[in-house]
Design a binder for this molecule. Structure first.
Ligand code: DAT
Ligand code: MG
Length: 153
C-alpha cells in the first residue's frame, strides 16, 4: 500500500544560475506531487556540512560543499504517495551520464559535480533534511488540493 510521504528536493546552484527553476519545478508539478514548502536561500557552510555529513572525508566532499554554497538554491518540500522514490525517479541517477532520458539529470545535466537537483533518499533522510532547511511554520500543513482525487485514488 502506497504511503503518503514528504521529501526534500533542492534545485542546486547550477539550476538557479542556469535559469532552470521553472523547468525543474514544472516536472514535479506535472507528475502530481504537491508542493507544501518552497524557498530561495543561500546555503551556509554549517547547513551544507549538516546536510552532506554522510559524505565528509570523501574526495569530492570539499568540492560538494563549495558548490552547494556558491549561489542560491531553491528548497522544496513535496508530498504525495511514495514521494521519496517518485522524486528520485523524476531526478534520475546521481551521475547524469547514467541518468535516463526523460529524467531531470538525464535531460539537463552532463556530470556528477553539476547534477542540478537533490532529492532525499529515504523517508528518514527526508525528515532530517526538511528540518535543516525549513521551520514547521514555513510548511503548509492544512491544505487539501481540490484535484487530489484525480491524481491518487
Ligand atoms: P544523490 O545526490 O543522487 O543522492 P549522493 O547522496 O550519493 O547522491 O551524493 C550527494 C552528491 O555528492 C551528489 O549529488 C553529487 C556528489 N557526488 C556523489 N558522488 C560523487 C563522486 N563520486 N564524485 C563527485 N561528486 C559526487
Ligand atoms: Mg543523496
Amino acid at each position: 500500500m502506497a504511503e503518503v510521504q514528504r521529501t526534500f528536493v533542492a534545485i542546486k546552484p547550477d539550476g538557479v544560475e542556469r535559469g532552470l527553476i521553472g523547468e525543474v519545478v514544472n516536472r514535479f508539478e506535472r507528475r502530481g506531487l504537491k508542493i507544501v514548502g518552497m524557498k530561495l536561500l543561500k546555503v551556509s557552510r554549517e547547513m551544507a556540512e549538516t546536510h552532506y555529513g554522510e559524505h565528509k572525508g570523501k574526495p569530492f566532499y570539499e568540492g560538494l560543499v563549495s558548490y552547494i554554497t556558491s549561489a542560491p538554491i531553491v528548497g522544496m518540500v513535496l508530498q504525495g504517495k511514495d514521494a521519496v522514490t517518485l522524486a528520485r525517479n523524476v531526478i534520475g541517477a546521481t551521475n547524469p551520464l547514467n541518468a535516463a532520458p526523460g529524467t531531470i539529470r538525464g535531460d539537463l545535466a552532463i556530470e556528477i559535480g553539476r547534477n542540478l537537483v537533490h532529492g532525499s533518499d529515504s523517508p528518514e533522510s527526508a525528515k532530517r533534511e526538511i528540518g535543516i532547511f525549513f521551520k514547521d511554520s514555513e510548511l503548509v500543513n492544512d491544505w487539501t488540493r481540490t484535484v487530489e482525487k484525480w491524481i491518487a485514488e
